[in-house]
Design a protein around this ligand. Sequence first.
Ligand code: NAD
Ligand code: TYD
Length: 341
Amino acid sequence: MVRLLVTGGCGFIGSNFIRWLLADDPNVTVVNFDKLTYAGNPENLASVSESDRYDFRQGDISDRDSVDEVLKEFSIDSIVNFAAESHVDRSILDSTPFVHTNIGGTQVLIDSARTNGIDRFVQVSTDEVYGSLGDTGEFSEDTPLAPNSPYAASKTAADLLLRAAVHTHGFPGMITRCSNNYGPYQFPEKLIPLFISNALQHQPLPVYGDGTNVRDWIHVDDHCRGIAAVLRSGEPGDIFNFGGRSELSNIGLTRRLLELLDRPETLIRFVPDRPGHDKRYAIDCSRAEKMLGWKPLVSFEEGLKSTVDWYLQNSEWVDRVRSGAYREYYEEQYGDRLAGE
Ligand code: NAD
Ligand code: TYD
């Protein structure tokens, strides 16, 4: 039996990972350790909350005592670290929690994992550590690190701390770097769920700049399968890129969403650009394909349709997470941008 600690399991990718892993592998128990920030929602795990292979503890990964306690209480042998502040725009408004959790928290987890003799540790990182591409080329695992946003810089720092622990202490750590995820339970601050929920409410869709920035989109299930493959068969120090082989401009994606939702293009608003906005991300994931036998299985067209359906069927979930503090964030991020159009 693998006794796995998942940090940040109440967020978007972590909750999809936990549900997927418990269904996929009967030989794993999962403890979910999550601070429950604005992005953490225990409701995302309602379907497994009664499982005798699942436990939840609320806590902060940068609090050494709480981390030590949970590792000991459940005799944890493996860790997947999803816990992070994850939104670029918020990191531009205030980078403090990004440094606290993404850098400080990751180091505390590594230290506690070392002291407690953890066998395997997967750091869930991002393709944003590589910076931005021009019209051609792809990020490989050997692309130099050149993060541009405070979010990306904090994730890069965490990758380097993990690298140092592997090099110095022989720490059994691996890193995954994935492109933009989409799918069910994504908090509606990221492009796809934000635009779906705005369009459903006949609200404007704020496209930054001219909409020509390009992202590579991967369904969250494909990312989860990749992380599980690294957890099972990665070697200390390994780094794996994951991507969906599905590049799209933001404006192209926005038009496709409006088509699927049967809403008019008059909802599109071109608003002042995100400062330092990375132009293009594209991923070479051939190492994962060769060494892990992994490849993305969900086509973007099918994945986008099923995601739109999920948001249509879960409007109450969206309404609940869009209340309270979300409204203040929305006003701070978009109030002037939309007023100045
Ligand atoms: P999310 O914002 O939806 O969820 C983050 C979770 O971490 C929340 O449940 C939150 O409560 C928890 N958390 C935050 N600070 C914490 C702390 N100090 N201690 C414990 N828990 C804490 O994020 P996501 O989109 O699910 O991303 C998960 C991970 O994947 C992140 O590390 C992110 O950098 C990485 N990633 C995300 C994407 C993407 O497209 N969303 C792509 C590549 C990599
Ligand atoms: P996002 O979902 O924030 O992911 P990331 O910044 O990590 O790639 O944004 C995806 C793309 O969509 C990015 O190029 C920024 C753009 N975007 C908008 O044009 N408008 C928005 O309101 C948001 C949130 C993003």
